[in-house]
Design a protein around this ligand. Sequence first.
Ligand SMILES: [Cu+2]
Length: 154
Amino acid sequence: MLKSTGAAVAATMLAGCSSGGDGDDGGDSESEETTAGDDGGDDSGSSGENTVAVSPDGDLNFKPEELTVSVGDTVTWDFQAPSHNVSAWPDMQDKISIPDGAEGFGTMEKGGEAFATVDEGTTFEHTFETAGEYTYVCTPHAASGMVGTIVVEE
Ligand SMILES: [Cu+2]
């Protein structure tokens, strides 16, 4: 028993040796680097990071287009150009959707003027109390694809 195992191992090593030749296959460089102890910034409490740029560089978009936050987090929209808005009032525009039981939000009042826009330099904040996916729009530009998503995790 022992003997045959030994023989098998020896044979395997031999086979490995002869097929491998003496080249050392290049890659010794890619081994060492395991991520240097940066395991996801869970910035204590309210962070300043949950900001969405509205129309950066005058483009008709939100940046980031999709943002993931946690329940209780506040997101700030930073209007970098005039003539835009934010609406997540479910009945205001077709593309808008919010989780069941969630509060809508927008730069205009609920039931307010859908096409009301805000000035450049305005900021708008909303605190998310219900988990789920919120799809919001800039109503004048929703048809041009100015649509954003906030994913709120438990
Ligand atoms: Cu817009």
